[in-house]
Design a protein around this ligand. Sequence first.
Ligand SMILES: [Mn+2]
Length: 384
Amino acid sequence: MTFYKRHAPGFREHERPLPDFSHLEGMLAREAEADIPATKWWEEVKRGKELGLEPADSIEDKRIFSTFQRGELPHWSGINTFLKTPYLEDVRKVGEYDVAIVGAPFDIGTTYRSGTRFGPQALRRISSLYTTYNYEMGVDLRESLAICDVGDIFCPANITKGHDQIAKGVAHILSQGAMPVILGGDHSIGYPCARGVAECIEGNVGIIHLDRHVDTQEKDMDEIMHTCPWFHATNLPNCPPRNLVQIGIGGWQVPRPGVKAGRAMECTVLTVQDVERLGIAKTVEIALEVAWKGASAVYLSFDIDSVDAGFVPGTGWPEPGGLLPREALAILRGVANEGVAALEVVEVSPPYDISDITALLGVRAIVDVLASMVKHGRIGGRLT
Ligand SMILES: [Mn+2]
């Protein structure tokens, strides 16, 4: 009997030593994980065991199990706040946190597909799929940021009243010292969100806006719809249009009244092709240069439809030819490296979504932005 020695005789097998791969990101990240604490994880587990009772006798790993689930595990079950962070019922205490997740379930500003009122719920639900740790960045959000979920803004079916509610909610969070992360909602909320932010900032606020659409017209069908947020935001006294930079614009759904208004206000516009030609690093540099020029804070607005329709079917105005998810995420991380005062993720419309993929990307944008800010010392650090 002979033993099978090798798969492809005489081919590829070699005796030379392997090169040093330790400089590769994958290898560096593997090593770096060792230095990330797990303090908050164990605190959470301990709390779960206290509140959820010790597990049944037959459970072998009694360190992490409780009878009633109170923490991250299992991912498929439990009550879904965003990333299963604590639900802060008393919003007067929001200042005790670094970041507050807040839903703006508002879709009466839509001009085609509605459904974004269900965006916050969908984003929270699929966020349970994520852990708090990112491999490449070597950041564990649980260990470096105090995040809470304050639930949703109470939005009535009236555009002005809804916007007023959203502006008030966002301003409350930011004025208490927490970073608002707004789960939209259609893009008309960009106006009240920016208004809430601008109210709390001494000095000017720049806006970095990822979208296929310019969203700069004054009115659409006589109302401030989701085609209009930046016209109104840039009319705020400390939110000048020269600090508005729009990335990913283009295609067949850009209303000409919005383009005309954008031309008059002299905002900066980059198409998807600009991004492709310039590269991510240069795109990020331009965005930061424009948004931060003479400004003391930046508001980041991510319209999920800036990404190619093939990746985000669950949105109000899907458009082929948008950014690739990898490009969008890299741009978001790049601008977040300099810090942002608040972030909105808008236009996730769950009724049109397939297998939650649109919401999944929305959540990814949020955790990537937060981790980039942590990594670059723009937020957090209270927990150590
Ligand atoms: Mn859009």
